[in-house]
Design a protein around this ligand. Structure first.
Ligand code: ZN
Ligand code: ZN
Length: 365
């Protein structure tokens, strides 16, 4: 793993060297964990990695966090580890070592407070890293792909046991609590989200849980995900109904199933992200559900549930070997119901491999 991290840091330096920027600053979050393996929590005290385009790197941590940074092997990566005590100016110490790089960049999800701290100490504006880091992170190594498939198997296990928890007469929250426990029992270390959206609540794509009692015959959207010990995330939606769903719902569902399949068949290296969105959308439009499909077809996934590449109209970038993303068309009718079918897939040399493999049919419980 040390070799993975050092080569990722070297890649960042190489990408920087192609720009007008001489350094990038990265605070805790998925970017930092990807580059160093250090999953430090984003806190008010400054922890920050700095990489210069010549390949040199530093990390400053609060003195009380130093044992944790050492335990995560930060010094073994060739990163110079600095620490600061409560009454010291962390920015001054870090920039005293890094110097005054031209056009400094900060990672996109850095807290504004930290970005302003760097800007104020340097006395120059900082800019967003933009795609500099995501261009690297979105191409998954075979090891990362394996981690995503492992996460997929774990969340599949939860979906395949849904009949244990999802019953008429129970509230979404009661069912959601059981699902959250099962997400952890299946090997995840963290529950990222649990959506149990019954009947009309299904029409809101990001409805989470409520005290609504689930009734027989109501379609229920179950979209769940968590983070594995590897740091990689799962995200999978399946549709359930206890008893008989409305007849027209079944007809809509057939269209959705065909749309999701069309996108899975179309996706492969060399086709554009937006064409995967169109592949699903065209089927929904032809089936009269175009207006009811109110979001993009998918998002990349890795150490974050939502990251590049986005499977959306306007994204003409081409899929490549190592890309990992969701295919999740849906339909939503306010006041009535909704539906979504979602798989995480990874690009192989000539197609895609699905990380989720439970039946995509409407599951009748
Ligand atoms: Zn998703
Ligand atoms: Zn999802």
């Amino acid at each position: 793993m040390v070799a993975d991290y050092t080569s990722r840091i070297a890649q960042v330096a190489k990408s920087l060297a192609k720009t007008q920027s001489e350094a990038i600053f990265i605070t805790p979050g998925a970017d930092l964990r990807y580059l160093t393996g250090y999953d430090a929590l984003p806190l008010e005290r400054l922890t920050c990695l700095a990489i210069r385009s010549d390949g040199r790197s530093w990390m400053i941590v609060p003195t009380l966090e130093k044992p944790s940074a050492v335990a995560h092997g930060v010094p073994e990566l060739g990163i110079e580890l600095l620490d600061w005590q409560e009454t010291q100016n962390a920015y001054k110490i870090l920039l005293g070592e890094v110097g005054k790089p031209k056009n400094p960049l900060v990672n996109n999800l850095m807290w504004v407070e930290k970005a302003f701290g760097i800007r104020n100490e340097l006395g120059v504006e900082v800019s967003l890293a933009g795609k500099l880091l995501s261009d690297i992170r979105e191409i998954k190594s075979p090891q990362e792909v394996a981690h995503l498939h492992e996460a997929g198997r774990a969340i599949d296990e939860v979906h395949s046991n849904m009949g244990l928890w999802l019953r008429p007469g129970r509230t979404e929250r009661e069912v959601g609590r059981d699902i959250a426990e099962a997400i952890l029992a299946s090997g995840h270390v963290k529950v990222d989200f649990v959506i149990v959206a019954s009947g009309p609540n299904g029409a809101s794509p990001h409805h989470e849980l409520s005290d609504r009692v689930i009734e027989a015959g109501e379609p229920v959207v179950v979209d769940i995900g968590g983070t594995m010990p590897s740091g990689y995330c799962s995200d999978c939606t399946r549709m359930y109904v206890c008893g008989e769903p409305p007849v027209e719902y079944l007809a809509h569902y057939e269209v959705l199933l065909a749309a999701q399949e069309a996108a899975r068949r179309h996706a492969k290296p060399g086709v554009s992200c937006e064409s995967v969105d169109s592949a699903a959308r065209e089927v929904l439009v032809a089936g009269g559900l175009g207006e009811a499909f109110i979001h993009r077809t998918g998002h990349g996934i890795g150490m974050e549930t939502h990251e590049e590449p986005y499977i959306v109209a306007g994204n003409s970038s081409l899929l490549e070997l190592g890309h990992a993303f969701s295919i999740e068309p849906g339909f939503y009718f306010e006041g009535q119901y909704g539906a979504r079918i979602e798989d995480i897939v990874t690009c192989t040399t000539n197609g895609i491999l699905s990380a989720n493999n439970t039946s995509r049919d409407l599951v009748i419980l």
